[in-house]
Write a protein that binds this ligand. Sequence first.
Ligand code: UD1
Length: 354
Amino acid sequence: MRKKKLMAIIGARPQFIKHAPLEIAAQKEFDFVTVHTGQHYDYRMSQIFFDELKMSRPAYNLNAGSGGHGAQTGKMMADLEPIMENEKPDGVLVYGDTNSTLAGALVASKLHIPVYHVEAGLRSYNREMPEEINRVLTDHVSSVLFVPTQQAIWNLEKEGITKNVYQIGDVMYDMIDICRKNNILQKDEEVFGKFYYATIHRPYNTDNDERLLRILEAFEQLPYPVDFAVHPRTLKRISTLSDTTKFNNIHFLEPVSYFDSIRKIHNSRAVITDSGGLQKEAYMLEKKCVTLRSETEWVETLQNNWNSLVFDKIEDILTEVESPVGDYIPALYGDGTAANEIIEILANLKTPVL
Ligand code: UD1
């Protein structure tokens, strides 16, 4: 019997990480075709993950690159359509909430190919975030929705989505489990607990000069040094804004690989970020996190002060990052078997669900 064909659409850094455990799990059951939209293209934003995680080379690369949201998403869609028409996959996997997710979901659904959304049901309820639009639209055209948390089920229920929703945990926790098993989480005695690990890339933090400067000034005043892994978007802004050498307490680093990022979280004193994924990874690795946003879709991390939101008063970073945490609630994000469960569910689908 012919194996069913599953197509995965990836394009941005967090998607490479989410895709890695699924690629392993899918091999047994499916004929697997991967399309890289090219949304992220620098070596340190893309290829480094394929090399480190030993992922296979995508069958297609669309080179969609940067641009306005419309232009970027539109180019991906125009290029994806003939590929899906030729390949005729039985279903299309999309991950998370980026423009690549939306492009893949829209094209597949219009071609009547079932969309399987991994990390469905997340909501920040902030429609100014492009990611929120991407999440809502993707969920509404998805045939099967894989959600990490109970909260995501409730979010979907509010929008009338109750069928073919499966809570399977979080594929990013699968990756943490893989790191544990492969000895990636080694303690660096010299620096353990003596630095903060930071990443900042959301437009509302990077694209306003005064705000970005206030963030850097807060980092400068922290009691321990800050390892700041700088996204290309942020680097462009910082280089026009200020002389980085005047910040003695900040180590400006190039974007780091996945394992390096996990090691940094593990060895850090606390994490400061506006990323979705890093908030969760900090929680999974039992580190305090300060999130430079007014809300988060990962609301579970806020319990017992493990994650604090800082938005209007940037200087609150200084107190929040050192504020004590309460009891740790384990297994909020599953048990490391999410990818296998996804593949098992998809392999056992009786009829194509549209
Ligand atoms: C995207 C996602 C965001 C995710 C983030 C992870 C959307 C709407 N946003 O944001 O949810 O958290 O990825 O990193 O899809 N750039 C480079 N080289 C690269 C990639 C980007 O120089 O390899 C620069 C470009 O100038 C680009 C800018 O960074 O315009 C932003 O990139 P883009 O992919 O549009 O969005 P991100 O901010 O990375």
